[in-house]
Design a protein around this ligand. Structure first.
Ligand code: NAD
Length: 292
């Protein structure tokens, strides 16, 4: 560990993975004036991320929240890159690749070689163990969970997750960074699903069971949860927004890590929809149809 506080010097933020979450997180950072290197292996994803950022900023201008000049400045702060080497000088890197342990571990292994030994390495994982992500890597103290919620530019919460070897100074730096981004950090211990997804898994599962038992249709369950529960979106609308594949991967991960406790058991119906490619908004069809 270097002598200064990890991630403490303001500098560029690297983001690995420019999908739903990476694109949103890039906008959050750019809005706060941070330069962002947004990396993905797929050029079409980088194009889509830029188009997404542009569309949100265009709406901000239309609503009088920012000027054309501010839009251009914020837009230009995000640099799309395909090579992870572009992130080597970043004091903070946020990983947002799919929810697969080995994939994430390979990203962190690469980052620990590329970045300075005092760079703060954050994972947007929804459910995987930060301890497992960091195991065997040099300086595991600077690998911290940093879990945004979808859509990242709107949702105020960030779970800051302390792994077994996470350093206190790094956890504190991650919390300060979340505050700098205008978010509310909540410290969570490294338990499957952390806090929010541990509560959310049985919520989605039970909604799927009610549907499977033909007690109510998705639109009825969504309407009831919005009317009675005060939720902004019902469980099926949310799954379509999150992506059924992303949602299923999180449920499978929590189920496996809780030693197959039945309350977390994934739904076969959801599994079938993922196999069919009905992933929600991003594919134009999930529990609801969407105009692409
Ligand atoms: P996504 O599939 O939309 O995006 C992931 C991106 O990572 C893809 O664009 C893919 O091309 C890219 N990628 C894959 N391998 C890569 C590599 N080796 N290097 C660089 N890029 C690579 O997924 P998402 O919904 O953005 O989820 C990303 C992470 O965030 C997951 O861990 C997920 O659990 C978590 N998360 C998702 C949500 C949500 O609602 N979607 C909410 C909170 C957290």
């Amino acid at each position: 560990m270097g002598s200064h506080v990890p991630g403490g010097s303001p500098g560029a933020v690297g983001i690995v993975g420019a999908g739903t979450m990476g694109a949103g997180i890039a906008l959050v950072c750019a809005r706060r004036g941070r330069r962002v290197y947004l990396q993905d292996i797929k050029p079409e994803v980088l194009d889509a991320a830029q188009a997404y950022i542009d569309s949100i900023l265009t709406k901000d201008v239309a609503k009088g929240r920012i000027s054309e000049e501010e839009k251009r400045k914020t837009h230009d702060l995000v640099e799309p890159v395909q090579d992870m080497a572009a992130l080597s000088s970043c004091p903070i890197v946020i990983e947002a690749v799919p929810e697969k342990l080995e994939l994430k571990r390979s990203v962190f292994a690469r980052l620990t070689k590329l970045c300075g030994s005092d760079a703060l390495l954050l994972s947007n994982t929804s459910s995987l163990s930060i301890t497992e992500l960091a195991a065997g890597l040099p300086h595991p103290d600077r690998i911290i969970g940093f879990h945004f919620f979808n859509p990242a530019p709107v949702m105020p919460l960030v779970e800051v997750i302390r792994g077994h070897k996470s350093g206190e100074a790094c956890v504190a730096a991650a919390r300060r960074f979340a505050e700098e981004l205008g978010k509310v950090p909540v410290l969570a211990e490294d338990s499957p699903g952390f806090i929010v997804n541990r509560v959310a898994r049985p919520y989605y599962n039970e909604a799927l069971r009610i549907m499977g038992d033909r007690m109510a249709r998705p639109e009825q369950i969504d309407r009831i949860m919005k009317l009675a529960g005060g939720f902004k979106m019902g469980p099926f609308e949310l799954q379509d927004l999150i992506g059924l594949d992303v949602n299923l991967a999180t449920t499978e991960s929590v189920y496996t890590r809780f030693y197959h406790e039945s309350r977390f058991k994934p739904s076969r119906l959801q599994q079938r929809m993922v196999q069919a490619g009905s992933l929600g908004r991003k594919t134009g069809e999930g529990f609801y149809p969407y105009d692409q």
